[in-house]
Design a protein around this ligand. Structure first.
Ligand code: ADP
Ligand code: MG
Length: 404
């Protein structure tokens, strides 16, 4: 049995018009003898009536809700869209079965709001596929072994899709969205961002971890475990989009790739914190942060100065903790991280080009950090878009140089 998992994101299931486009992709797959498992997100984006945040707003600030109940509420968006989607498929003459995450066999731990998948028992999906049903699975959710509904956290529907792809040994996992595929930068910021047709799991994980929200990095890591190819594609086009596979398959393609920068990406809502003075050397600031569950980034430590960043949402607690220990931190809110992600191990001169590109635009680098495949720069949020555009142009990512 040849199986395809096709995931349709929020905008792809939001309107009848886009659901009909989605149906065409499913019908194309059926025509190629695939059995199809569909994973749907909640309908629409932030602010729309059945999107997850709108469901949460029904609580109207009531705090007497526990994490277990919240997951029941948050999982409703996908329940609604799966029923609507299956009805549309039936109206086109297909047999379709709706399954919640739990019914689809997605077993998670009980970390409500950000549950991890422990196991997938695909028996029920396989039975339905064998009967000729299209199985429509509610994305973003699973269930504990006791049957409690859980949600999988940010990017959860992408994770549902690739986890099912692995469990079912699918030929492909298709992630349908509102862009043509994975691009060299967010097309909302860089108008001449270019499509990346073939890319490795590792490159895309790096891009996604640095903020490219087109696919969630956890989903990519799961697919990578069993080498299940992912295609990131547009619901509104027949193009195959971006194919994500392992390095070996990418090199197998006819043109050898020669890029050292994959793309430029950005993440906002970051606060920079700095602490100075002779006591800094003896204090274990990062232990205090860890004890409060605050994750830190952009760490730079010297004898009498420590600088680091936290998410804006954690800033007040971070500052409070430092003050409790007698420090008076300086705080710079509204920062952003721009990242140049690539495969440039050992390439000289990358940082020099970054500094040049940003300084020409009058953009100050507040802090920077690098690894063998990524260089990060902390800039002011107000300069984030300009920084992304400058870097994208500097590395000539938008021009038609030969790329695969
Ligand atoms: P969905 O609801 O389908 O899951 P998302 O909003 O999660 O859609 O992801 C699609 C969006 O990701 C696009 O609209 C685009 O603005 C954004 N995006 C960010 N970085 C990139 C990138 N490098 N390539 C393509 N899209 C990107
Ligand atoms: Mg998404």
């Amino acid at each position: 049995m040849k199986i395809l998992v096709q995931k349709f994101g929020g905008t792809s299931v939001a309107t009848l018009e886009s659901r009909l486009k989605a149906a065409e992709h499913i019908e194309d797959a059926l025509a190629k003898d695939y059995r199809v498992v569909v994973v749907v997100s909640a309908m629409g984006r932030r602010g729309e009536p059945y999107a997850t945040d709108s469901l949460l707003s029904i609580l109207d600030g009531l705090s007497a809700v526990n994490a277990r109940d919240l997951d029941i509420l948050m999982s409703c968006g996908e329940a609604i869209s799966s029923v609507v989607f299956a009805a549309m498929l039936r109206s086109r003459g297909h047999q379709a079965t709706v399954m919640s995450g739990g019914q689809a066999g997605i077993v998670t731990n009980d970390q409500h709001g950000n549950a991890r998948i422990l196991e997938i028992r695909p028996k029920r999906i396989l039975e339905a596929l064998r009967e000729g049903q299209i199985v429509v699975v509610m994305g973003f959710q699973g269930a504990t072994s006791d049957g409690d509904v859980t949600t999988l956290g940010r990017g959860g529907s992408d994770t549902t899709a690739t986890a099912l792809g692995v469990a079912l040994n699918a030929d492909y996992v298709d992630i349908f969205t509102d862009v043509e595929g994975i691009m060299t930068a967010d097309p909302r910021i860089v108008t001449d961002a270019r499509m990346i047709h073939r890319v490795t799991y590792t490159e895309i994980c790096n891009l996604a971890y640095q903020g490219a929200k087109v696919i969630h990095p956890r989903a990519v890591e799961i697919a990578m475990q069993k080498n299940i190819p992912i295609r990131v594609r547009s619901t509104h086009s027949k193009d195959e989009g971006t194919l994500v596979t392992n390095a070996w398959s990418v090199l197998e393609s006819s043109v050898l790739q020669d890029r050292y920068v994959t793309g430029v990406t950005q993440a906002s809502n970051i606060t920079q914190i700095q602490v100075e003075g002779p006591e800094v050397a003896k204090a274990n600031i990062f232990e205090w942060m860890a004890a409060r569950g605050i994750s830190v980034d952009f760490i730079s430590v010297s004898l009498d100065r420590v600088a680091y960043t936290v998410a804006d949402a954690d800033a007040a607690r971070a500052v409070e903790t430092l003050k409790e220990h007698g420090f008076e931190p300086s705080v710079l809110p509204e920062c952003a991280k721009v990242s140049v992600v690539g495969t440039y191990t050992g390439m000289p001169g990358i940082m020099a080009r970054i500094v040049d590109a940003l300084s020409r635009e009058g953009i100050g680098i507040l802090q920077s950090a690098d690894s063998h495949n990524t260089i990060w720069c902390l800039v002011r949020r107000s300069q984030m878009e300009a920084a992304v555009r400058a870097l994208h142009a500097k590395f000539e990512l938008g021009e038609s140089v030969v790329q695969v």
